[in-house]
Design a binder for this molecule. Structure first.
Ligand code: NAP
Length: 295
């Protein structure tokens, strides 16, 4: 065991990890709460995941955030996986409890908090989730468990992946889950008739800011478009929706709230979300063309 002079170490792991915003958010929160701790980003190649986890345990880490491509693959190494992470099939937060590793999914909480202020205007509507990876799974879980919906359409570039996600949630017995292929011409009409459209793909993320997962698809006033991508804060997907009069929400809200929940799990203390929103917005504005990705 390496002595760290009472300093508790935290990390965010991914591959690639880029200039992650998590250390900025958590280090500022540790300082604000008077906690002697620090977080750093670690680029961990998929084949090195187990070795990296062993090192974190040996070094007495307090916790880690986990991002692409480790969210699913980490599960077999953990001693405990909480109910929501187990259902979603992805872990984005690990708490080290002595030598035990406990896995959680705080993306679900992050997305719930993002949508909660709109509950009254979106409940009962049709939701379209674009993508079928880990984030799409967290979003679909939140919609199934916490919101009343008339239909949830999962649209993916491979309809087999969308079908696999629907099958994954069959225990919810929700006959209103449907699938589509992203290139199905009928999807444009489904989007126009929907209440909320959520981009859960990385399309539009810096530096490919001119890309959108739905080229040519029109939004309309009264709809809500949510992008899980937060760099840039206004993606092409959100810009198109805003210009058509739709309400837009960037991925920054989810990032903040998943971080706040992880912070609480690790430290038992509350993150000042408003303060962190200000800090990260400034950081994203400054970053401009620099690379920011991962959590
Ligand atoms: P993932 O597990 O790798 O899944 C990515 C999904 O996007 C897959 O369905 C993939 O389709 C699809 N996709 C990738 N490139 C595409 C393209 N060019 N056209 C159409 N579909 C494409 O990743 P994830 O964990 O779900 O993350 C997805 C995005 O959400 C990332 O940008 C991530 O940063 C963001 N996210 C944000 C937050 C937040 O706090 N704001 C939290 C979690 C995730 P295939 O299966 O066909 O490859």
């Amino acid at each position: 065991m390496i002595s760290t002079s009472g300093l508790t170490l935290y990390g965010v792991i991914g591959h690639p990890i880029g200039h992650s915003l998590s250390p900025i958010m958590h280090n500022a929160s540790f300082e604000a709460c008077g906690i002697h701790a620090t977080m750093q980003a670690y680029d961990i190649e998929p084949d090195s995941l187990k070795d990296a986890l062993d090192s974190f345990v040996n070094l007495g880490f307090g916790g880690i955030n986990v991002t692409i491509p480790h969210k699913q693959k980490i599960i077999p190494y953990l001693d405990f996986v909480d109910e929501e992470a187990g259902i979603v099939g992805a872990v984005n937060t690990v708490k080290f409890d002595g030598r035990k590793m406990r896995g959680y999914n705080t993306d679900t909480y992050g997305f719930l908090q993002t949508l909660e202020p709109l509950r009254n205007s979106v409940e009962g509507g049709r939701f379209v989730v674009l993508g079928s990876g880990g984030a799409a799974s967290a979003v679909t879980f939140v919609l199934l468990r916490y919101f009343r919906t008339s239909q949830i359409v999962i649209a993916s570039r491979k309809s087999s992946s969308a079908r696999a996600l629907v099958d994954h949630f069959k225990a919810f017995h929700n006959s209103r889950l449907a699938t589509s292929s992203l290139d199905d011409p009928a999807l444009a009409r489904v989007i126009r008739d929907s209440t909320v459209v959520i981009n859960a793909t990385p399309v539009g993320m810096h530096p490919n800011t001119k890309s959108t997962v739905l080229p040519g698809v029109e939004f309309r006033p009264g709809q809500t478009a949510v992008d899980l991508v937060y760099h840039p804060l206004e993606t092409e997907f959100l810009r198109t929706a805003r210009l058509a009069g739709a309400r837009t929400l960037s991925g920054l809200e989810m990032l903040l709230h998943q971080g706040a929940r992880a912070f609480e799990l690790w430290t038992g203390q509350t993150m000042d979300v408003a303060q962190m929103r200000k800090l990260l917005t400034e950081k994203l504005d400054q970053e401009g063309n620099n690379e920011v990705n991962g959590l």
